[in-house]
Design a protein around this ligand. Structure first.
Ligand SMILES: *Cc1c(COP(=O)(O)O)cnc(C)c1O
Length: 430
Protein backbone atom coordinates (compact mmCIF):
# COMPACT_ATOMS: atom_id res chain seq x y z
CA UNK A 1 0.00 0.00 0.00
CA UNK A 2 1.12 3.56 -0.71
CA UNK A 3 1.62 5.27 2.64
CA UNK A 4 1.71 8.96 3.40
CA UNK A 5 5.50 8.54 3.60
CA UNK A 6 5.59 7.41 -0.03
CA UNK A 7 3.46 10.38 -0.96
CA UNK A 8 5.62 12.79 1.01
CA UNK A 9 8.68 11.50 -0.78
CA UNK A 10 7.28 12.30 -4.21
CA UNK A 11 5.91 15.60 -2.89
CA UNK A 12 9.41 16.50 -1.69
CA UNK A 13 10.81 15.75 -5.12
CA UNK A 14 8.26 18.28 -6.40
CA UNK A 15 9.45 21.01 -4.00
CA UNK A 16 6.75 20.58 -1.40
CA UNK A 17 8.23 20.61 2.08
CA UNK A 18 7.34 17.91 4.65
CA UNK A 19 6.23 20.59 7.12
CA UNK A 20 3.57 21.66 4.64
CA UNK A 21 2.44 18.21 3.53
CA UNK A 22 2.31 16.95 7.14
CA UNK A 23 0.04 19.82 8.08
CA UNK A 24 -2.25 19.30 5.09
CA UNK A 25 -2.43 15.51 5.24
CA UNK A 26 -3.61 15.72 8.82
CA UNK A 27 -6.42 18.05 7.81
CA UNK A 28 -7.36 15.72 4.96
CA UNK A 29 -7.71 12.92 7.52
CA UNK A 30 -10.58 14.81 9.15
CA UNK A 31 -12.48 15.23 5.88
CA UNK A 32 -13.16 11.58 5.11
CA UNK A 33 -16.88 11.52 5.82
CA UNK A 34 -17.40 14.82 4.02
CA UNK A 35 -15.63 13.43 0.95
CA UNK A 36 -17.70 10.24 1.10
CA UNK A 37 -20.85 12.34 0.83
CA UNK A 38 -19.43 14.12 -2.22
CA UNK A 39 -18.58 10.78 -3.80
CA UNK A 40 -22.16 9.62 -3.26
CA UNK A 41 -23.50 12.67 -5.07
CA UNK A 42 -21.02 12.04 -7.89
CA UNK A 43 -22.14 8.43 -8.10
CA UNK A 44 -25.77 9.44 -8.32
CA UNK A 45 -25.04 12.02 -11.01
CA UNK A 46 -22.82 9.58 -12.92
CA UNK A 47 -25.80 7.23 -13.13
CA UNK A 48 -28.04 10.08 -14.22
CA UNK A 49 -25.68 10.91 -17.11
CA UNK A 50 -25.09 7.27 -18.01
CA UNK A 51 -28.82 6.53 -18.06
CA UNK A 52 -29.41 9.51 -20.35
CA UNK A 53 -26.70 8.34 -22.76
CA UNK A 54 -28.13 4.83 -22.85
CA UNK A 55 -31.70 6.03 -23.25
CA UNK A 56 -30.77 8.27 -26.18
CA UNK A 57 -28.69 5.50 -27.77
CA UNK A 58 -25.38 7.31 -28.02
CA UNK A 59 -23.39 5.43 -30.68
CA UNK A 60 -20.03 5.69 -32.40
CA UNK A 61 -21.75 7.49 -35.25
CA UNK A 62 -22.43 10.39 -32.88
CA UNK A 63 -18.73 11.23 -32.96
CA UNK A 64 -18.51 11.89 -36.70
CA UNK A 65 -17.99 15.51 -37.61
CA UNK A 66 -20.27 17.62 -39.75
CA UNK A 67 -19.25 20.66 -41.77
CA UNK A 68 -20.92 23.52 -43.61
CA UNK A 69 -24.56 24.02 -42.68
CA UNK A 70 -24.50 20.98 -40.45
CA UNK A 71 -27.87 19.58 -41.50
CA UNK A 72 -28.73 16.22 -39.95
CA UNK A 73 -25.86 16.24 -37.47
CA UNK A 74 -26.90 13.12 -35.57
CA UNK A 75 -24.25 13.55 -32.86
CA UNK A 76 -25.25 17.13 -32.13
CA UNK A 77 -28.96 16.29 -32.00
CA UNK A 78 -28.36 13.24 -29.80
CA UNK A 79 -26.19 15.26 -27.43
CA UNK A 80 -28.97 17.81 -27.06
CA UNK A 81 -31.43 15.03 -26.24
CA UNK A 82 -28.96 13.69 -23.65
CA UNK A 83 -28.70 17.13 -22.01
CA UNK A 84 -32.50 17.44 -22.02
CA UNK A 85 -32.72 14.03 -20.38
CA UNK A 86 -30.11 14.81 -17.69
CA UNK A 87 -31.79 18.12 -16.83
CA UNK A 88 -35.32 16.71 -17.21
CA UNK A 89 -36.36 19.30 -19.78
CA UNK A 90 -38.26 19.27 -23.06
CA UNK A 91 -35.32 20.45 -25.13
CA UNK A 92 -31.71 21.68 -25.13
CA UNK A 93 -29.33 23.79 -27.16
CA UNK A 94 -25.71 22.64 -26.75
CA UNK A 95 -23.38 24.17 -29.28
CA UNK A 96 -19.77 24.94 -30.08
CA UNK A 97 -21.07 28.13 -31.70
CA UNK A 98 -21.91 29.38 -28.21
CA UNK A 99 -18.72 31.29 -27.37
CA UNK A 100 -18.90 31.26 -23.57
CA UNK A 101 -21.30 31.43 -20.64
CA UNK A 102 -22.06 35.09 -21.21
CA UNK A 103 -23.00 34.32 -24.80
CA UNK A 104 -25.31 31.47 -23.75
CA UNK A 105 -27.05 33.80 -21.28
CA UNK A 106 -27.28 36.51 -23.93
CA UNK A 107 -28.97 34.14 -26.37
CA UNK A 108 -31.41 32.91 -23.74
CA UNK A 109 -32.32 36.46 -22.72
CA UNK A 110 -32.40 38.21 -26.08
CA UNK A 111 -34.23 35.27 -27.66
CA UNK A 112 -37.01 35.44 -25.11
CA UNK A 113 -37.39 39.18 -24.55
CA UNK A 114 -39.09 41.63 -26.93
CA UNK A 115 -39.11 45.45 -27.01
CA UNK A 116 -41.26 46.76 -24.16
CA UNK A 117 -40.65 43.70 -22.00
CA UNK A 118 -38.94 43.90 -18.64
CA UNK A 119 -36.26 41.66 -17.14
CA UNK A 120 -36.12 41.25 -13.37
CA UNK A 121 -33.25 40.06 -11.18
CA UNK A 122 -34.69 39.28 -7.73
CA UNK A 123 -31.24 38.32 -6.38
CA UNK A 124 -29.32 41.59 -6.65
CA UNK A 125 -26.61 42.49 -9.11
CA UNK A 126 -25.86 39.85 -11.77
CA UNK A 127 -22.44 38.64 -12.94
CA UNK A 128 -20.21 41.43 -14.19
CA UNK A 129 -20.42 40.61 -17.91
CA UNK A 130 -24.24 40.49 -17.71
CA UNK A 131 -24.28 44.16 -16.76
CA UNK A 132 -23.15 44.98 -20.27
CA UNK A 133 -25.59 42.51 -21.81
CA UNK A 134 -28.55 43.97 -19.94
CA UNK A 135 -27.37 47.55 -20.33
CA UNK A 136 -26.90 48.34 -16.62
CA UNK A 137 -23.50 49.37 -17.92
CA UNK A 138 -23.96 50.89 -21.38
CA UNK A 139 -22.64 48.58 -24.14
CA UNK A 140 -23.30 48.45 -27.86
CA UNK A 141 -26.14 46.04 -28.61
CA UNK A 142 -27.35 45.71 -25.01
CA UNK A 143 -30.93 44.67 -24.24
CA UNK A 144 -31.55 48.29 -23.17
CA UNK A 145 -30.77 49.44 -26.72
CA UNK A 146 -33.55 47.13 -27.93
CA UNK A 147 -36.07 48.66 -25.55
CA UNK A 148 -35.95 45.97 -22.86
CA UNK A 149 -36.12 47.51 -19.39
CA UNK A 150 -34.54 46.06 -16.27
CA UNK A 151 -35.36 45.96 -12.59
CA UNK A 152 -33.37 44.59 -9.69
CA UNK A 153 -34.39 43.64 -6.17
CA UNK A 154 -31.58 43.46 -3.63
CA UNK A 155 -31.19 40.53 -1.29
CA UNK A 156 -31.90 41.19 2.36
CA UNK A 157 -28.93 41.87 4.65
CA UNK A 158 -28.78 38.20 5.67
CA UNK A 159 -28.64 37.07 2.03
CA UNK A 160 -32.26 35.89 1.85
CA UNK A 161 -34.92 36.83 -0.73
CA UNK A 162 -36.94 40.00 -0.16
CA UNK A 163 -40.34 38.57 -1.09
CA UNK A 164 -42.47 41.71 -0.53
CA UNK A 165 -40.08 43.75 -2.71
CA UNK A 166 -40.07 41.03 -5.38
CA UNK A 167 -43.88 40.98 -5.41
CA UNK A 168 -43.89 44.76 -5.81
CA UNK A 169 -41.31 44.63 -8.64
CA UNK A 170 -43.21 42.12 -10.80
CA UNK A 171 -45.52 44.04 -13.14
CA UNK A 172 -47.40 43.64 -16.42
CA UNK A 173 -44.15 44.13 -18.39
CA UNK A 174 -42.13 41.51 -16.49
CA UNK A 175 -41.38 38.77 -19.01
CA UNK A 176 -38.21 37.04 -17.80
CA UNK A 177 -36.79 36.59 -14.31
CA UNK A 178 -33.05 35.89 -14.11
CA UNK A 179 -31.67 34.06 -11.09
CA UNK A 180 -27.94 33.59 -10.64
CA UNK A 181 -27.23 30.45 -8.63
CA UNK A 182 -23.56 31.03 -7.86
CA UNK A 183 -22.41 34.03 -5.88
CA UNK A 184 -19.76 34.48 -8.56
CA UNK A 185 -17.39 37.05 -7.12
CA UNK A 186 -19.91 38.77 -4.88
CA UNK A 187 -20.09 38.62 -1.08
CA UNK A 188 -23.43 36.82 -0.88
CA UNK A 189 -24.30 33.16 -0.39
CA UNK A 190 -24.68 30.79 -3.33
CA UNK A 191 -28.25 29.51 -3.47
CA UNK A 192 -29.15 25.86 -3.08
CA UNK A 193 -31.36 24.36 -5.76
CA UNK A 194 -34.21 24.08 -3.28
CA UNK A 195 -33.93 27.78 -2.37
CA UNK A 196 -34.09 28.58 -6.08
CA UNK A 197 -37.19 26.38 -6.30
CA UNK A 198 -38.90 28.38 -3.56
CA UNK A 199 -38.06 31.65 -5.29
CA UNK A 200 -39.40 30.40 -8.64
CA UNK A 201 -42.61 29.14 -7.01
CA UNK A 202 -43.10 32.54 -5.41
CA UNK A 203 -42.51 34.45 -8.67
CA UNK A 204 -44.93 32.17 -10.53
CA UNK A 205 -47.55 32.60 -7.82
CA UNK A 206 -47.39 36.34 -8.52
CA UNK A 207 -47.25 35.97 -12.32
CA UNK A 208 -47.83 32.43 -13.63
CA UNK A 209 -46.61 33.01 -17.19
CA UNK A 210 -43.28 34.67 -16.31
CA UNK A 211 -40.21 32.85 -17.70
CA UNK A 212 -37.71 31.92 -14.97
CA UNK A 213 -34.13 31.53 -16.17
CA UNK A 214 -31.30 30.31 -13.95
CA UNK A 215 -27.64 31.16 -14.57
CA UNK A 216 -26.32 27.74 -13.54
CA UNK A 217 -22.59 28.49 -14.04
CA UNK A 218 -20.37 26.53 -11.61
CA UNK A 219 -23.40 24.77 -10.11
CA UNK A 220 -23.89 21.74 -12.35
CA UNK A 221 -23.67 18.35 -10.59
CA UNK A 222 -22.83 19.85 -7.19
CA UNK A 223 -26.23 18.57 -6.03
CA UNK A 224 -28.35 15.67 -7.29
CA UNK A 225 -31.02 18.02 -8.62
CA UNK A 226 -30.73 21.00 -10.94
CA UNK A 227 -32.83 24.18 -11.13
CA UNK A 228 -34.88 22.67 -13.96
CA UNK A 229 -36.06 20.04 -11.46
CA UNK A 230 -37.63 22.77 -9.33
CA UNK A 231 -39.47 24.83 -11.90
CA UNK A 232 -36.86 26.77 -13.91
CA UNK A 233 -38.02 27.30 -17.50
CA UNK A 234 -34.42 27.65 -18.67
CA UNK A 235 -31.06 26.76 -17.19
CA UNK A 236 -27.87 28.13 -18.76
CA UNK A 237 -24.16 27.44 -18.45
CA UNK A 238 -20.68 27.21 -19.95
CA UNK A 239 -18.99 24.05 -21.22
CA UNK A 240 -15.55 25.20 -20.06
CA UNK A 241 -16.92 24.93 -16.53
CA UNK A 242 -18.52 21.89 -14.83
CA UNK A 243 -20.57 20.18 -17.59
CA UNK A 244 -17.70 20.12 -20.10
CA UNK A 245 -15.76 17.90 -17.69
CA UNK A 246 -12.49 19.57 -18.72
CA UNK A 247 -12.66 18.02 -22.18
CA UNK A 248 -15.00 20.39 -24.01
CA UNK A 249 -12.73 22.90 -25.78
CA UNK A 250 -15.49 25.53 -26.13
CA UNK A 251 -19.27 25.85 -25.89
CA UNK A 252 -22.33 26.59 -23.86
CA UNK A 253 -25.74 25.10 -23.15
CA UNK A 254 -29.33 26.12 -22.57
CA UNK A 255 -31.82 23.52 -21.37
CA UNK A 256 -35.51 24.10 -20.80
CA UNK A 257 -38.99 24.42 -22.17
CA UNK A 258 -39.22 23.70 -25.91
CA UNK A 259 -40.65 27.12 -26.82
CA UNK A 260 -37.93 28.95 -24.84
CA UNK A 261 -35.20 26.87 -26.50
CA UNK A 262 -36.68 27.46 -29.94
CA UNK A 263 -36.65 31.23 -29.42
CA UNK A 264 -33.06 31.07 -28.16
CA UNK A 265 -31.99 28.94 -31.14
CA UNK A 266 -33.51 31.44 -33.56
CA UNK A 267 -31.33 34.07 -31.95
CA UNK A 268 -28.17 31.93 -32.07
CA UNK A 269 -28.57 31.09 -35.76
CA UNK A 270 -31.36 33.01 -37.51
CA UNK A 271 -35.15 33.28 -37.53
CA UNK A 272 -36.44 30.37 -39.59
CA UNK A 273 -33.25 28.35 -39.13
CA UNK A 274 -33.17 27.70 -35.39
CA UNK A 275 -31.72 24.39 -34.24
CA UNK A 276 -31.58 22.84 -37.72
CA UNK A 277 -28.23 24.39 -38.58
CA UNK A 278 -24.84 24.50 -36.92
CA UNK A 279 -22.03 22.12 -37.85
CA UNK A 280 -20.41 20.47 -34.86
CA UNK A 281 -17.04 20.25 -36.68
CA UNK A 282 -15.07 17.81 -34.55
CA UNK A 283 -16.25 18.56 -31.02
CA UNK A 284 -19.08 16.08 -30.45
CA UNK A 285 -16.86 13.41 -28.94
CA UNK A 286 -15.35 15.79 -26.38
CA UNK A 287 -18.82 17.14 -25.50
CA UNK A 288 -20.14 13.64 -24.84
CA UNK A 289 -17.04 12.42 -23.03
CA UNK A 290 -16.76 15.64 -21.01
CA UNK A 291 -20.37 15.36 -19.86
CA UNK A 292 -19.71 11.74 -18.95
CA UNK A 293 -16.74 12.76 -16.76
CA UNK A 294 -18.37 15.88 -15.34
CA UNK A 295 -19.91 14.39 -12.17
CA UNK A 296 -16.55 13.06 -10.90
CA UNK A 297 -14.61 16.09 -12.14
CA UNK A 298 -17.05 18.37 -10.29
CA UNK A 299 -16.58 16.20 -7.18
CA UNK A 300 -12.80 16.68 -7.43
CA UNK A 301 -13.23 20.43 -7.67
CA UNK A 302 -15.55 20.39 -4.65
CA UNK A 303 -13.12 18.36 -2.56
CA UNK A 304 -10.33 20.78 -3.47
CA UNK A 305 -12.46 23.74 -2.39
CA UNK A 306 -13.39 22.13 0.94
CA UNK A 307 -9.77 21.05 1.56
CA UNK A 308 -8.60 24.63 1.02
CA UNK A 309 -11.28 26.11 3.28
CA UNK A 310 -10.29 23.71 6.05
CA UNK A 311 -6.58 24.42 5.72
CA UNK A 312 -6.79 28.18 5.47
CA UNK A 313 -9.45 28.58 8.13
CA UNK A 314 -7.31 26.56 10.54
CA UNK A 315 -4.54 29.09 9.89
CA UNK A 316 -6.84 31.98 10.81
CA UNK A 317 -7.96 33.18 7.37
CA UNK A 318 -11.64 33.81 6.70
CA UNK A 319 -13.02 31.52 3.98
CA UNK A 320 -16.23 31.91 1.97
CA UNK A 321 -17.92 29.44 2.06
CA UNK A 322 -16.51 28.41 5.44
CA UNK A 323 -15.03 25.00 6.12
CA UNK A 324 -18.28 23.35 7.21
CA UNK A 325 -20.88 25.05 5.03
CA UNK A 326 -22.90 23.02 2.55
CA UNK A 327 -21.82 23.63 -1.04
CA UNK A 328 -23.87 24.74 -4.02
CA UNK A 329 -21.08 25.71 -6.42
CA UNK A 330 -17.33 25.06 -6.78
CA UNK A 331 -15.95 28.54 -6.03
CA UNK A 332 -13.86 29.12 -2.92
CA UNK A 333 -12.79 32.51 -1.64
CA UNK A 334 -9.97 32.85 0.88
CA UNK A 335 -9.41 36.26 2.47
CA UNK A 336 -5.64 36.41 2.75
CA UNK A 337 -5.47 39.97 4.05
CA UNK A 338 -2.31 41.04 2.22
CA UNK A 339 -1.09 41.58 -1.32
CA UNK A 340 1.87 39.26 -0.61
CA UNK A 341 -0.58 36.53 0.42
CA UNK A 342 -2.63 36.79 -2.76
CA UNK A 343 0.51 36.74 -4.91
CA UNK A 344 2.09 33.81 -3.07
CA UNK A 345 -1.14 31.79 -3.23
CA UNK A 346 -1.47 32.28 -6.98
CA UNK A 347 2.20 31.45 -7.55
CA UNK A 348 1.64 28.14 -5.77
CA UNK A 349 -1.38 27.24 -7.91
CA UNK A 350 0.63 28.08 -11.04
CA UNK A 351 3.63 26.05 -9.89
CA UNK A 352 1.35 23.02 -9.48
CA UNK A 353 -0.15 23.23 -12.98
CA UNK A 354 0.35 20.61 -15.69
CA UNK A 355 0.75 23.37 -18.31
CA UNK A 356 2.93 26.50 -17.92
CA UNK A 357 4.11 25.48 -14.45
CA UNK A 358 7.45 27.19 -15.11
CA UNK A 359 5.96 30.67 -15.59
CA UNK A 360 5.49 33.08 -12.70
CA UNK A 361 2.19 34.96 -12.56
CA UNK A 362 2.45 38.66 -11.76
CA UNK A 363 -0.26 41.24 -10.99
CA UNK A 364 -1.22 43.42 -13.96
CA UNK A 365 -3.76 46.09 -14.87
CA UNK A 366 -6.43 44.00 -16.59
CA UNK A 367 -9.00 45.86 -18.69
CA UNK A 368 -12.30 46.19 -16.86
CA UNK A 369 -10.80 46.13 -13.35
CA UNK A 370 -10.08 49.09 -11.12
CA UNK A 371 -6.95 47.50 -9.63
CA UNK A 372 -4.17 45.07 -10.54
CA UNK A 373 -5.25 41.45 -10.80
CA UNK A 374 -3.14 38.33 -10.52
CA UNK A 375 -4.26 35.14 -12.24
CA UNK A 376 -2.94 31.61 -12.03
CA UNK A 377 -3.94 29.07 -14.62
CA UNK A 378 -2.09 26.32 -16.36
CA UNK A 379 -4.95 24.83 -18.27
CA UNK A 380 -5.31 22.49 -21.24
CA UNK A 381 -8.26 24.60 -22.42
CA UNK A 382 -7.54 28.32 -22.37
CA UNK A 383 -9.51 30.10 -19.64
CA UNK A 384 -11.14 26.89 -18.46
CA UNK A 385 -12.18 27.31 -14.86
CA UNK A 386 -13.13 23.70 -14.17
CA UNK A 387 -9.35 23.24 -14.30
CA UNK A 388 -7.51 24.39 -11.18
CA UNK A 389 -7.28 28.15 -11.41
CA UNK A 390 -7.12 31.16 -9.11
CA UNK A 391 -7.31 34.87 -9.38
CA UNK A 392 -7.15 37.74 -6.98
CA UNK A 393 -7.76 41.46 -7.31
CA UNK A 394 -4.81 43.07 -5.53
CA UNK A 395 -6.82 45.33 -3.22
CA UNK A 396 -8.43 45.01 0.22
CA UNK A 397 -9.65 42.66 1.58
CA UNK A 398 -7.04 40.76 -0.49
CA UNK A 399 -9.22 37.81 -1.32
CA UNK A 400 -8.22 35.07 -3.68
CA UNK A 401 -10.91 33.18 -5.59
CA UNK A 402 -10.13 29.77 -6.81
CA UNK A 403 -11.99 26.92 -8.39
CA UNK A 404 -11.57 23.71 -10.26
CA UNK A 405 -9.31 20.72 -10.18
CA UNK A 406 -9.87 18.04 -12.82
CA UNK A 407 -8.68 15.39 -10.38
CA UNK A 408 -8.66 15.43 -6.59
CA UNK A 409 -4.95 14.52 -6.32
CA UNK A 410 -4.11 17.51 -8.50
CA UNK A 411 -6.46 19.90 -6.69
CA UNK A 412 -4.95 18.76 -3.40
CA UNK A 413 -1.41 19.27 -4.64
CA UNK A 414 -2.29 22.75 -5.94
CA UNK A 415 -3.65 23.84 -2.55
CA UNK A 416 -0.61 22.41 -0.78
CA UNK A 417 1.69 24.31 -3.18
CA UNK A 418 -0.20 27.53 -2.46
CA UNK A 419 0.52 26.98 1.23
CA UNK A 420 4.14 26.12 0.43
CA UNK A 421 4.61 29.53 -1.22
CA UNK A 422 2.87 31.31 1.68
CA UNK A 423 5.10 29.45 4.13
CA UNK A 424 8.29 30.24 2.22
CA UNK A 425 7.37 33.93 2.40
CA UNK A 426 6.84 33.68 6.14
CA UNK A 427 3.14 34.52 5.81
CA UNK A 428 2.04 31.49 7.85
CA UNK A 429 3.53 29.44 10.65
CA UNK A 430 2.86 25.73 10.69
C1 LIG B 1 -18.57 32.14 -15.55
C2 LIG B 1 -19.86 32.75 -15.27
C3 LIG B 1 -20.63 33.36 -16.28
C4 LIG B 1 -20.19 33.42 -17.71
O1 LIG B 1 -18.87 33.77 -17.88
P1 LIG B 1 -18.06 33.47 -19.22
O2 LIG B 1 -16.70 33.88 -18.84
O3 LIG B 1 -18.65 34.31 -20.29
O4 LIG B 1 -18.18 32.02 -19.55
C5 LIG B 1 -21.85 33.88 -15.92
N1 LIG B 1 -22.31 33.81 -14.67
C6 LIG B 1 -21.62 33.22 -13.68
C7 LIG B 1 -22.19 33.14 -12.31
C8 LIG B 1 -20.37 32.66 -13.94
O5 LIG B 1 -19.69 32.07 -12.98
Amino acid sequence: MISNDNLKEIYRSMHLDSAVSDYCLEIEEGLKSRFEEIDRVAEYNQMKVLAAMQKEKVSEGCFYESTGYGYNDEGRDTLERVYASVFHTEDALVRSQITCGTHALTIALSGNLRPGDELLSPVGKPYDTLEGVIGIRPETGSLAEYGVSYRQVELKADGSFDYPAIRAAINEKTKVITIQRSKGYLPRPTFSVSQIGELIAFCKSVKPDVICMVDNCYGEFVETIEPTDVGADMCVGSLIKNPGGGLAPIGGYIVGRADCIERAACRLTAPGLGKELGASLGVNRSFFQGLFLSPTVTASALKSAIFAANIYESLGFKCVPDKDESRHDIIQAVILGSAEGVIAFCKGIQAAAPVDSYVTPEPWAMPGYDCDVIMAAGAFVSGSSIELSADGPVKPPYAVYFQGGLTWPHGKFGIMMSLQKMWEKGLVTL
